[in-house]
Each structure stands twice: as structure tokens, then as C-alpha cells.
Write a protein that binds this ligand. Structure first.
Ligand SMILES: NC(=O)c1ccc[n+]([C@@H]2O[C@H](COP(=O)([O-])OP(=O)(O)OC[C@H]3O[C@@H](n4cnc5c(N)ncnc54)[C@H](O)[C@@H]3O)[C@@H](O)[C@H]2O)c1
Ligand SMILES: [Zn+2]
Length: 363
């Protein structure tokens, strides 16, 4: 294998769910050895989409693998595709002791993982994420789901993979907008780093501040390090709170605002990351207004978001409608919107103690 970093995600209550997460440059070609290290499966079902199969299918050589190639797009993360995957698995006589592999972005990861969680009450599952967003976010932590007409990710499960293999060399074919959507989540980790675990100290803000050019140039060493740091921060959180009863909510920094932006524009105008980057700035504005953070940290944070150039020009939203949409967010509880807000340097906390007037101020 080429240079690679291995780190273990360990979920304490469920020792069996401890798994390896391997990040490296050009490691896709060793996927056969990799998957066989983590599962005793005899047969494999690879779930991917047309585009990823076309670009990288030839590098993923796994003996006795069957391919399910779905159409490309978030709108196919639905019941219909799920049924097709399950039908195909049955037709191919996939056993409970076999393994489903997700090969693609977050869409393939979420739907393949959900299929694995219910097929014969659960088969082994391995993630091979191919977008930056999937490598730093959706492939880690075990949330798997499909969309419903009533909303995104409403039908799903917590189902941890046996292993995750992230090859950063595939990121070179992402278009700039897709790279940026992943980078919004990357920056998010810098702003929550100090809340993740006491023993982790990457000084991720400084790292991102110093390495913007290298990241945008896809420098393999810097990119591997970036993905590894994000994964270990997310793993640290998931280790403490797998099912989002507390700490895990801080991963939603910027997301309450982002979901309103996405929802108001029918998920068609801005990418998720663009909405998250804009949402993080709103969260920083709100935090500053509430006196949670000082102006120095506020300026530093906004500067990083601006330097990475993650937010396109945004339309003016009707404030009442925006506020209403925030109630639809899954984090609204008992009629109160729950905000994840920066609380001090590189830390975030959840609070409902925000008035409508204060929200209006930052929109
Ligand atoms: N489970 C979780 O914890 C979690 C977290 C965040 C997001 N998600 C989910 O992830 C999904 C979004 O993920 P996404 O942004 O990866 O979307 P995606 O899977 O649709 O991928 C984005 C686009 O990139 C293409 N692509 C994939 N790999 C490529 C490559 N190497 N080169 C060029 N193009 C490539 C895809 O074909 C697609 O067109 C959403 O459904 C969201 O709900 C889940
Ligand atoms: Zn997100």
C-alpha cells in the first residue's frame, strides 16, 4: 500500500463495533486485501453509481463481487432504489454472512448502509467513500438512511461499517463545487475541535489556515492529513455518543440555518456545504451577539470561512419564512429551536436560549 494512516473508531458500549478507518493516497487498488481483512464474507455486493463506476470501477477489483449500479443523484436515495438493491441481493443469493460495500459519495454510502442494516437482519458493511464530504463526514459514524417524500433521511438506522477505506487520490475528479461542499464540513471540525475530546490537539484551525493552497491543489500529504484529522475528531464524538443524545449534536454547527436555506430553495440552488458555510457564519454572528465569544475569535473564524471562499452570493430570505423552516429541523424539540453555537475558542454547545429577535438580527 502507498502511504496510509490507519485509525480506529471504537464505540465503547459496543466493543464489536470497533472498526478501522484507513486513509491514504492510491490505496484503492489494494481494496481486495483490505476488505478481506475486515470480513469473512465470501460474496460481495458493491453499491455504486454510473459515474463512480465509470471513473474508478476498474481500480476496485474485488473477487466474487457483484455490482449494483444506481443512477446518480440524491433523488435516487429512495425506497425504490432500496428495493432494487434488496431484490438484486436476493437474486444474487447474497447470504447474511456476506458483505455490502458502498463505493461512492454520501448517497451510495447512506443507501448501501441502510440496505446492509436490514438485509437478512444485517450483513457486513464496508464504506469506500469517494467524495470529500463522504470521506470526512458521511462514511464515519454509522448513520445510514434514505429520503422520504416528507423529508430527507427520515427512514434509516445507526449501523456501523466493518471498516472504511478512504483513498484521497479519487478526489482529483471532483468538481470545485463538490470539493468546496466537503470543505465546509472540514472547516466545521476546526470550530468544534476543543469540544471533541480532551486528549486531541491538532490545532486544526491553524493547520487549515496555513494549508489552504495545498488543500486546493490536492497535495496528497496535506489532504490525507486533513481527512484523517476530520475522521478522528468525528470518531471521538461518535465514541462518546453514538446515537446523538448529547455531544454528537455539535456536529450540526451551522446546520439549523443550513437546513432552512436548503429547504427554502428546494435543495436546488445551493449545495449542502454552501448552506453549511453560510449557516456557520450565522451561528458565529449569533454567538457574538449573545456574548458567547469575543470579537477576536469571531474575526478569526469568519476570516477562515471567507479565505476558503465557500459561500456564493445568497439571496435575501424572508425572515419569517426562514424562522418557520428552522422549526422543521430535526433538532427542534418541544417547540424550541436548538442551536449549536460557538461557545468559546474552537468549542461549541447546544442551546435553545435564543429569542426570535436575536435570530432575526443575524439573518
Ligand atoms: N450518514 C451521514 O452521517 C451523512 C452525513 C452527511 C451527509 N450525508 C448524506 O450524504 C449525501 C451527500 O453526499 P455527497 O455530497 O457525497 O453526494 P453524492 O453521493 O451525490 O456525490 C456527489 C457527486 O459526486 C459524484 N462523485 C462521487 N465520487 C466522485 C469522484 N471521486 N470524482 C468525481 N465525481 C464523484 C457523484 O456521482 C455525485 O454526482 C446526502 O444524501 C446526505 O444526506 C450523510
Ligand atoms: Zn452537513
Amino acid at each position: 500500500m502507498n502511504q496510509s494512516n490507519s485509525l480506529k473508531v471504537h464505540i465503547p458500549q459496543k466493543a464489536a463495533y470497533s472498526y478501522d478507518l484507513v486513509v491514504g493516497n492510491g490505496i484503492l487498488e489494494n481494496a481486495d486485501d483490505f476488505v478481506k481483512k475486515y470480513t469473512n464474507a465470501k460474496n460481495f455486493l458493491i453499491v455504486t453509481n454510473e459515474k463512480v463506476k465509470e471513473l474508478y470501477g476498474k481500480y476496485l477489483k474485488i473477487d466474487s463481487a457483484k455490482w449494483f449500479v444506481m443512477k446518480d443523484g440524491e433523488r435516487y436515495k429512495n425506497f425504490d432504489t432500496l428495493k432494487k438493491i434488496l431484490d438484486f441481493a436476493l437474486q444474487q443469493k447474497l447470504q447474511r454472512t456476506d458483505c455490502i460495500i458502498a463505493f461512492g459519495g454520501g448517497v451510495a454510502g447512506d443507501i448501501a448502509g441502510f440496505a446492509a442494516s436490514i438485509y437478512m437482519r444485517g450483513t457486513d458493511f464496508i464504506q469506500i467513500p469517494t467524495t470529500l464530504l463522504a470521506q470526512v463526514d458521511s462514511s464515519v459514524g454509522g448513520k445510514v438512511a434514505i429520503n422520504h417524500e416528507k423529508g430527507k433521511n427520515l427512514i434509516g438506522a445507526f449501523y456501523q461499517p466493518k471498516a472504511v477505506l478512504a483513498d484521497i487520490s479519487v478526489l482529483k475528479t471532483l468538481d470545485l463545487r463538490q470539493l468546496k461542499t466537503g470543505l465546509a464540513e472540514v472547516l466545521k471540525y476546526a470550530f468544534i475541535e476543543k469540544s471533541c475530546a480532551a486528549d486531541l490537539n491538532y490545532r486544526f484551525y491553524d493547520f487549515l489556515n496555513q494549508n489552504k493552497e495545498e488543500i486546493y491543489n490536492l497535495n496528497p500529504e496535506i489532504l490525507s492529513k486533513t481527512v484523517s484529522i476530520c475522521c478522528s475528531l468525528k470518531a471521538a464524538i461518535v465514541n462518546q455518543d453514538e446515537t446523538e443524545k448529547g455531544l454528537r449534536t455539535i456536529l450540526n454547527l451551522g446546520h439549523t440555518f443550513a437546513h432552512a436555506i436548503e429547504n427554502l430553495t428546494n435543495y436546488t440552488v445551493y449545495t449542502h456545504g454552501e448552506a453549511v458555510a453560510a449557516g456557520m457564519k450565522m451561528a458565529f454572528n449569533l454567538s457574538l451577539a449573545k456574548g458567547f465569544i469575543d470579537k477576536d475569535y469571531y474575526n478569526k473564524a469568519c476570516k477562515l470561512i471567507d479565505d476558503y471562499d465557500l459561500i456564493p452570493s445568497m439571496q435575501n430570505f424572508d425572515k419569517e419564512k426562514f424562522y418557520d423552516k428552522m422549526f422543521l429541523d430535526k433538532k427542534a424539540q418541544n417547540g424550541k429551536i436548538r442551536f449549536v453555537l460557538p461557545s468559546e475558542n474552537f468549542k461549541a454547545e447546544t442551546t435553545s436560549d435564543v429569542t426570535k429577535e436575536q435570530v432575526f438580527e443575524v439573518l
